[in-house]
Design a protein around this ligand. Structure first.
Ligand code: SF4
Length: 356
């Protein structure tokens, strides 16, 4: 089996389900790392990307209250907030001197905010700083907007695109398995619905990312099926830019008794993702969730993107993340160089802004 897997990886061919399972069950971290590193270097020639962006989480009020989420609040609960259009513009304004090229917007599913609120935000940001790319609204949020407006997914996306939305992040995918969603997040879009939104967004020419939340109740089989679904969707649409495996942060969630994934588990997931997703160019380590040191190390385990400078992040920090909320560009460059790789600042669509 190992020989076959190596041959397929050298040929950038798709591994079948059994081979994917074998990566997790029959390969050591060193074997995975070596193969993932090779696959990455073949594709990306030693370049490691990052962007200079600003995250804005518009509201933490959410009707879904997923068990793994420490960020969300009920309406009226202590700590619940909603940003106004002015608040958002203020945040964009204070980030412009840092040279941001992207505003990244992800929020809870608020029971009362109207669709117009989100459109007003998009229009205001575009009016204030038309040069900025707006990546925002997970497939789960888009699905929710269709529900509250009665519009089709296509219509919601078309209206948002018209208002200034440029691309979608990859959040809300969690694990597609119906068993897991029923157990952890039964109130939001299903895995199938998440994929429907992405298919439509890609058809309309909007790029997106894809994610996996791991380190909770998932089985290896469910992880592999999730990755194979993404690979198949990518074959159909070609619209995914990067894949981002997100390690679960249990603190302050309803699953506080769970242990955080270990460094080895995280590196294994990153390497296996690189190997299974042979049609994804970019595998991203979201340093906010795994810590800078491990993110740096992951560059030898299939990763070629360290996300961005972020500036303000509430979702993972609500779950006890102790990483900083921002990181200067120079620090990212240093971390990348130290691993013998080439730091490349990119825009959201992976156009190269500058090689360092
Ligand atoms: S993960 Fe997203 S949808 Fe789920 S409760 Fe948190 S904010 Fe809401």
């Amino acid at each position: 089996m190992k020989k076959n897997i190596r041959k397929k990886i050298n040929d950038n061919a798709a591994l079948n389900r059994d081979e994917c399972l074998y990566l997790f069950q029959g390969c050591s971290i060193h074997e995975l790392g070596e193969m993932a590193n090779l696959a990455n270097l073949t594709k990306n020639k030693g370049k490691v990307f990052f962007n200079v962006n600003r995250h804005i989480n518009l509201t933490n009020v959410c009707i879904s209250r997923c068990k793994f989420c420490a960020f969300s609040r009920d309406k009226g609960e202590k700590g619940a907030y909603v940003f106004s259009v002015d608040d958002v513009i203020e945040k964009v304004k204070e980030s412009l001197p840092m040279g941001i090229t992207e505003v990244h917007i992800v929020s809870g599913l608020h029971p009362d905010l109207t669709f117009d609120y989100y459109l007003d935000i998009l229009r205001a940001v575009k009016k204030f700083a038309p040069q900025l790319h707006i990546q925002g609204f997970t497939a789960v949020e888009i699905h929710y907007f269709a529900k509250i407006t009665g519009f089709t997914i296509t219509k919601v996306l078309e209206i948002m695109k018209e208002a200034g939305l440029d691309s979608l992040p990859g959040g809300g995918a969690e694990v597609f398995s119906p068993r897991i969603r029923e157990e952890l997040c039964p109130k939001k879009a299903t895995g199938f619905e998440w994929q429907e939104v992405m298919t439509e967004a890609h058809r309309l020419g909007m790029k997106s990312n894809a994610t996996l939340l791991f380190g909770h109740i998932e089985t290896i089989e469910e992880v592999v099926d999730h990755l194979i679904s993404l690979r198949e969707l990518q074959n159909k649409t070609g619209g995914f830019q990067s894949f981002i495996p997100l390690p679960f942060h249990p603190q302050y969630t309803l699953m506080e008794n769970f242990e955080k994934p270990t460094g080895i588990e995280i590196l294994k997931m990153l390497s296996a993702s690189r190997l299974i997703l042979n049609n994804f160019t970019h595998i991203k380590a979201f340093w906010i969730m795994m810590g800078l040191r491990l993110a740096q190390l992951s560059l030898k385990y299939g990763v070629n993107d360290l996300d961005g400078t972020v500036v303000e992040e509430k979702i993972t920090h609500s779950a006890g993340a102790t990483t900083p909320e921002d990181i200067p560009r120079l620090e990212l460059i240093r971390l990348i160089r130290e691993m013998g790789r080439i730091p490349v600042e990119r825009d959201t669509l992976y156009n190269e802004i500058k090689q360092y």
